[in-house]
Design a protein around this ligand. Sequence first.
Ligand SMILES: [Zn+2]
Length: 314
Amino acid sequence: MKSKRKLAAIWMIVLVVCMVACGKNGNSMLPNTKETTTVSVQTTTAKSSEHTEQIGAKAEQKTAQPETTNKSESQEKAENTEKGTAEIPASTIDESAVAASIQAAEQASREEESRKASEAAAAESSRQAAEQASREEESRKVSEAAAAESSRQAAEQASREEESRKASEAAAAESSRQAAEQASREEESRKASEAAAAASQQAAEQASREEESRKASEAAAAESSRQAAEQASREEESRKVSEAAAAESSRQAAEAAAAARQTPNYIANTNTHKFHYPGCSSVDQMKEEHKWHFYGDRQELINQGYDPCKRCNP
Ligand SMILES: [Zn+2]
């Protein structure tokens, strides 16, 4: 960049030199223009005097051979400008022209740099724009792919929702059917329970009737029992009466037995050791002191050594 700039400056100097040569020959430059350019050179050359010197030196080297006089002239010009002298020698036009050309060359160089910089910036901007476009393209593709994926997923989702809807409809239908069955069963159950309630009421009535019947039978049983008790009481009385009668009868029998006992079974003769029936004629002839009224068995008498009478034969 620097070398290019220098090269451009050199070329500008050569051009200026040519112009100066032309000016010398023609000398057609206007005095007014001369003055204004000189003034501007005076103000600006002070800043870039060094640079001008360097460039001037280089220009000398390049254009050394053709004119050695020009070299000294330009040096003088620079020195004069540095000092700020108002003196305008004969070569003032050339010096100011050179300074102007140097400025123009610098300006051109700066413009060239600026242009290149702006070109580079434009190229960079274009590259960035291309990259941006590329990125946007990629982003667009990605977003298209994402949109396609999203659309596919939405379609799947819609399909699943449709299936889910159908499933839920089927479930609802099934549920409704089951509810209807349930209602039917409940209706049946209700009727059955009503029937059961009716049966229960009948059973209750039946139980009530049975209860009444039971009470009636209990009452009857109680009555019967009471009657039986009365009967038993009567029978007891009757038994007591009959027992009393039996006792009386027994007493009478005992009395009878006692009465019978007063008549002995046999009359034994303690003197002769013979025994007789009480009605035997031999008893009448016995003495009262020999009579033994025996109440017992004839064998007892025999065992005691008594003999039965031959007449009454007991
Ligand atoms: Zn006798």
